[in-house]
Design a protein around this ligand. Sequence first.
Ligand SMILES: [Cu+2]
Length: 229
Amino acid sequence: MTLVNGGAIPHSIDFHAARIAPNVAFKDVAPGESFTFRFKAGDPGVYMYHCGTKPVLAHIANGMYGAIVVDPVKPLPRADKEYVLVASEWYLDGDGISKPASLSMDKARAMAPDWTSFNGYANQYVTHPLTAKPGETVRFYVVAAGPTLDTDFHVVGTIFDRAWVNADVTNPPQNGVQTVSVPAGGGGIFDVKIDEPGLYPFVSHAFAHVDLGQVGLLKVGKVEGAASH
Ligand SMILES: [Cu+2]
């Protein structure tokens, strides 16, 4: 892993998938500098990574995060489609219309987001749904990046056939579960197999988050019309 800091202030990178001394590997890298470290990804799952420079709240709230999937040596059951969803929330100091919005630390501390999202944009998969064919197994790798709020992952109109809660793939998955909390800084892996064509919303079932944009659609088969949620 090489972090190149092309920005104006120090940054760093914290991999939850690593077992490593954070004061060494996750240290601040000054503007214009780079830093390389290595770790062995020996713990399978889906993990958050993020900037760990103080105040971490500000760096994560500005979008400095992502997900990595560490596959187990013994593969998981086959999935036909795999999607990675990184849930997060945005705290802004303006509407972004007259001038670009920046971070509101007051809102971030108060946990009062303007928007919540999957993969950075509120409602993006409502306008551009994810797709599957009827009968396909769809696997969602879900990370809640926060910076602060959890994501209560649920797919409307079906039940998780398999849920690796907290992305623990060393144990058998839970079968037939409806909603699983993915904590801020955590991950989960969810399989659904949907036979009936339709529009199936995937949401954080903490519904204020749906209102703020943490909702998308899984379009199974050929479908006309609008979503229910
Ligand atoms: Cu940073």
